[in-house]
Ligand binder design. Structure first.
Ligand SMILES: [Zn+2]
Ligand SMILES: [Zn+2]
Length: 421
C-alpha cells in the first residue's frame, strides 16, 4: 500500500509555532492533507514527551497512534525530533539542524536523559545544544543503532549542513569518519532533488522531503511517498531500510515545494528589498546595492558553488519527485481572489476536502472527471496546470517566500467575474 510520510514537523513548544500543534490536531490535520505517517515532533521537550507517553500507544506496526483512537483512517506517528547544534569546528562557527528518528519511546527516553546533561531541553521544542553534530550522531547511535540522523533542510543559509553562512562544503567535513552513518539529507523547501543531483558527492545519500511545519496548515507541504507491503511487521525499520538502501522500488517519489517558492532560493536583502539571481550577485560581488553590506546568499547560489554537474544531470538510482502547488493556492489562483485566506477560497477548500477526501488525494489521485463533479471547472483547470507543472514563480529570497502563479492576471480577472464572487 502507498504511505505518504512527513517526518519532520514541530509542536506548540517550538519557537514561532502554532499553539494548535497538539497531537490530536496533528492527526486530524494529516487526515485532511492525506498524510499517513507523521513525525511525533519535538520529542526532546519534557512536557511534549510526557504528552506523547500519555496520548500515544504502539500501533502494532512499529509506529505509534493516538490512544483515544482516530475518527477516520489511522494516522501513524514516527518518533522524530529536531536539534539545533551550534559549535565551532575548523575555526568557524557552525550552526546546523539535525532530524533524529528513534524506534521506541524507551530509546527516546534514553536520548533525552543523555541530552539533558548537555543543554536545556525544556527551553524550546527544537533545543539548541553546544554540541558538535558528529558527537550528536555518535551519542544517538551509541544509544541505539536503529536511530537515524538526517541533516535538516540541508541548504538553508543560516542553519544547515551546507548553509552559506555557517555550514560545511561536504558531509565529510562535518561528520568525518562517521559520514557513512548519514544515509539521507532533507532537501528543504528552497531546493529540490534536481538541484541536489548536481553534486556527485551526494549520489550516496537519499534525498528526503518533509514539511518542517510550524502550523497545522503546513503539514505535508513536502513529503515522502513509500510503498510498504502489508506483510511488513515493523514500519519504522522498513522506512529506515528503504532510506539506507535507497530502495527505488519502495521509495516511489517525494512531493516538493517549487524551490523558487522557498524563502531562500535567490540571493538578496529583505530589509533593502533587493533580490537577485546568482549571476547578478556575482557581478555585484555579493554586495547589496542599497546598504553596501554582503547579501544573504540563497540556496541556488550555494548549490551552484558546490556543484560539479550541470542542471538536468541525473545520478544513477535517483528517486523521482513531483512538484506541487498547495491546494489552497491553487483555489485562490483559479478563483482570481486576493489570497488563500479569503472567505470564498477557504469555503471552497473545505468543500473540496469534504468531498474529495484529502488534499493530496485531490492533487494527485482523483481523475479530472471525478474532480469536475465536486468543484468548479476553473479549479479543475488549476489542478491540471498544477499536475502538468504549468507554473510561473517569483523566487523567494532572504526570508521572503516566493510567489506562485497558475493563471495570468487576465485569466484571473475573467474567472473572478464569471463566478460573480
Ligand atoms: Zn530546522
Ligand atoms: Zn542591503
Amino acid at each position: 500500500m502507498r504511505y505518504i510520510a512527513d517526518l519532520h514537523i514541530h509542536s506548540k513548544y517550538s519557537r514561532a509555532c502554532s499553539p494548535r500543534l497538539e497531537l490530536e490536531n496533528i492527526a486530524e490535520g494529516c487526515r485532511r492533507k492525506g498524510i499517513d505517517i507523521i513525525s511525533s515532533a519535538d520529542f526532546t521537550h519534557p512536557k511534549w514527551f510526557a504528552g506523547m507517553r500519555e496520548k500515544l500507544v504502539e500501533a502494532g506496526n512499529g509506529l505509534y497512534k493516538l490512544k483515544a483512537g482516530d475518527k477516520g483512517s489511522p494516522v501513524y506517528f514516527l518518533l522524530s525530533t529536531e536539534i539545533s547544534c551550534i559549535y565551532s569546528k575548523g575555526g568557524k562557527v557552525r550552526r546546523l539542524h539535525l532530524v533524529i528518528f528513534a524506534p521506541t519511546m524507551e530509546v527516546v527516553e534514553k536520548i533525552n536523559n543523555k541530552l539533558a546533561t548537555l543543554g536545556k531541553l525544556a527551553s524550546d521544542g527544537r533545543p539548541i545544544l553546544g554540541l558538535d553534530a558528529k558527537e550528536l550522531l555518535k551519542i544517538v547511535l551509541e544509544i541505539d543503532q536503529r536511530c537515524m540522523v538526517i541533516p535538516a533542510h540541508a541548504w538553508t543559509p543560516w542553519f544547515a549542513v551546507f548553509g552559506s553562512k555557517s555550514g560545511f562544503d561536504s558531509l565529510e567535513e562535518c561528520f568525518d569518519e562517521l559520514t557513512p552513518h548519514i544515509y539521507a539529507i532533507e532537501t528543504g523547501l528552497s531546493s529540490d532533488p534536481a538541484m541536489n543531483w548536481r553534486l556527485s558527492k551526494l549520489d550516496n545519500v537519499v534525498l528526503v522531503s518533509n514539511s518542517d511545519a510550524h502550523s497545522l496548515e503546513k503539514i505535508g507541504r513536502e513529503a515522502n511517498v513509500f510503498e510498504i507491503d502489508d506483510s511488513v511487521s515493523n514500519f519504522y525499520d522498513e522506512i529506515c531500510r528503504i532510506l539506507k538502501e535507497k530502495d527505488k522500488n519502495k521509495f516511489l517519489y517525494t512531493i516538493e515545494f517549487y524551490p523558487e517558492e522557498g524563502m531562500y532560493h535567490f540571493d538578496g536583502h529583505r530589509a533593502c528589498k533587493i533580490k537577485m539571481s546568482p549571476e547578478e550577485t556575482k557581478k555585484k560581488k555579493n554586495i547589496c546595492p542599497v546598504c553596501k553590506r554582503p547579501m544573504t546568499i540563497g540556496v541556488m547560489n550555494r548549490v551552484d558553488e558546490l556543484a560539479d554537474r550541470p542542471l538536468g544531470a541525473k545520478p544513477k538510482n535517483f528517486i523521482p519527485y513531483k512538484s506541487l502547488v498547495g491546494l489552497d493556492n491553487t483555489i485562490s489562483e483559479a478563483l482570481g481572489v486576493a489570497g488563500k485566506k479569503t472567505k470564498v477560497a477557504v469555503r471552497e477548500y473545505e468543500n473540496l476536502i469534504s468531498k474529495g477526501g484529502s488534499e493530496l488525494r485531490i492533487l494527485l489521485d482523483l481523475s479530472y472527471n471525478e474532480l469536475s463533479k465536486i468543484t468548479l471547472p476553473e479549479i479543475v483547470e488549476g489542478i491540471r496546470r498544477n499536475r502538468e507543472g504549468k507554473v510561473k514563480i517569483e523566487p523567494g529570497y532572504d526570508g521572503v517566500y516566493g510567489t506562485v502563479r497558475l493563471f495570468s492576471e487576465d485569466e484571473k480577472k475573467e474567472n473572478k467575474q464569471t463566478k460573480l464572487l
